[in-house]
Design a protein around this ligand. Structure first.
Ligand SMILES: [Zn+2]
Length: 337
């Protein structure tokens, strides 16, 4: 078992885990709210360290990351546990379960082997996804030691629920931060995820951007929950003011899942988000989880030229040269490749 970072010992063999904003006070023998960081004899352990429940070779576009090494192959891995309890979680079987209940399906994968497996699959990017990677804090830091030697890049697909200090440690080693900003109201966050954590998610996203890590934002639009004008415009303005007009914003279609039965998001709701984002000046907005749409491509913010052509998650053509549009030479902000 791997001893966890970020905990303090308290009286009666209890501990406080300070990895994430819940700051769980955990009694001896118990686990935190995430179910995967546990107090054993007064020491906090990262119970999922090096234990993988899901691994797949995927295009980077599926994460989705559209302006980070377009067309790149990734090895995507995840474990169990989450520090949010989203009603519509698509991965609830793994996110809302403990290491104990998932024991038989967890495979050991050491940090060295994770990086070796990435290369063996012809990939250059290792993505921590499926469940909340912040809970893999120690594992990601250890993977980074091998990844750097082998020129493998690291990506977190996260809900942004981690405390500032451990986040800074992760930002020092990860190359891209694909974050869910699920909506733009505390009340919405509380109802959907169980917790009032919007401010922390926003602050962490800004910290990632300021650290020079590649950032792309995803908002899953749920009809009647977060698709009102106030939230959409508020979030678009926030991305513009606190990050950059060039940061990609993926607005994705929700489909009923887990404990949420609201109907799937209609296309016009997604297109309203697109229109609002454009009105506020965001340059790269993509609609996701839908059949083919014009926004599956990347166009130049300067001259409108088609720069990256996609079909679904496949990248068909990329005309960006040294980060610039070949027609008007405008720098494509927030592009890595
Ligand atoms: Zn151009």
């Amino acid at each position: 078992m791997k001893e966890a970072g970020y905990f303090q010992q308290k009286s009666g063999n209890s501990v406080i885990c300070s990895l994430c904003p819940h700051n769980c006070h955990i009694a001896e023998g118990e686990n935190g709210l995430c179910r995967v960081r546990g107090n054993r004899n007064g020491i906090l352990y990262a119970l999922t360290y090096g234990r993988v429940v899901s691994a797949a070779t995927d295009p980077i576009e599926k994460k989705p990351l559209y302006q980070y090494y377009p067309g790149a192959v990734t090895l995507s891995i995840g474990s169990v546990g989450c520090n949010l309890h989203c009603l519509h979680c698509q991965n609830w079987q793994i996110s809302q379960c403990s290491t104990e209940s998932a024991d038989a399906s967890l495979q050991q994968l050491s940090p060295a082997d994770a990086v070796a497996e990435t290369l063996a699959r012809g990939a250059e990017i290792l993505v921590f996804t499926y469940n909340e990677p912040s809970l893999w804090f120690e594992y990601i830091l250890d993977c980074a030691k091998f990844a750097r030697q082998q020129h493998v890049k690291l990506v977190m697909v996260t809900s942004g629920m981690i405390n500032p200090q451990p986040l800074q440690e992760l930002l020092a080693v990860v190359d891209a931060y694909r974050v869910d900003i699920k909506g733009f109201s505390q009340e919405f966050y509380r109802k959907l995820t169980g917790f009032d954590v919007l401010d922390r998610v926003l602050a962490n996203t800004k910290a990632a951007y300021q650290a020079g890590v590649h950032v792309e934002v995803v908002t899953n639009l749920i009809p009647g929950w977060n698709d009102d004008e106030l939230q959409l415009r508020g979030l678009a303005c926030w991305i513009l003011d606190e990050l950059s007009a060039a940061v990609p914003w993926h607005i994705t279609r929700y489909v009923p899942c887990h404990r949420l039965t609201a109907p799937a998001t209609p296309l016009d709701s997604l297109e309203r988000g697109l229109q609002i984002g454009r009105e506020e000046g965001l340059e790269q907005i993509y609609l996701g989880n839908i059949a083919r749409h014009a926004t599956e491509n990347t166009y130049c913010a300067g001259c409108g030229e088609l720069l990256i052509k996609r079909r679904g998650y496949s990248m068909l053509d990329n005309r960006i040269v040294a980060g610039r549009c070949p027609e008007c030479q405008v720098v494509i902000g927030c592009y890595r490749g």
